[in-house]
Design a protein around this ligand. Structure first.
Ligand SMILES: [Zn+2]
Ligand SMILES: [Zn+2]
Length: 133
């Protein structure tokens, strides 16, 4: 067995597990801090490469907004997101009654839809409180 492949897939397994265990849609730096506890000699660059690899393979979601640091989500189920314009946190929207129909979009555009990324944005309750002080 190729030792290199084993090493890389172990890194990816750990990164995936960490990402799936949180709901905070973290940055690579956040994940790097956690991975370091299990693989002390791993570099931030390696964590980035693994995250981008997993995102390109469709195993995780990657969010990036013009010029900001990418954030990642290990939850691939259909769900919508909301992002705070101030602190940049990304949260899941619990549920909304209006669901967008991919079939409808497909028939309107002729595309075969692979994924849906709907983002709401605004100011989170915590930042609203800080803004009032
Ligand atoms: Zn906020
Ligand atoms: Zn999410």
């Amino acid at each position: 067995m190729d030792l290199k492949i084993t090493k890389y897939s172990r890194q990816r397994d750990i990164i995936l597990r960490i990402l799936r265990s949180t709901k905070c849609h973290p940055t690579a730096d956040w994940i790097y801090e956690k991975v370091k506890k299990e693989i002390p000699n791993i570099s931030l660059g390696t964590v980035y490469r693994n995250l981008n690899f997993l995102a390109d393979k469709g195993k995780i979601r990657r969010f990036s907004f013009g010029g900001t640091t990418a954030q990642f989500d290990g939850d691939l189920r259909d769900h919508y997101h909301i992002r705070c314009d101030w602190c940049k946190r990304i949260e899941d929207v619990p549920h909304i009654s209006t669901r967008i129909s991919c079939q409808e979009i497909e028939s309107l555009t002729g595309y075969r839809i692979h994924s849906l990324n709907l983002f709401f944005s605004g100011i989170c309750p915590e930042c609203q409180r800080k803004g009032e002080q």
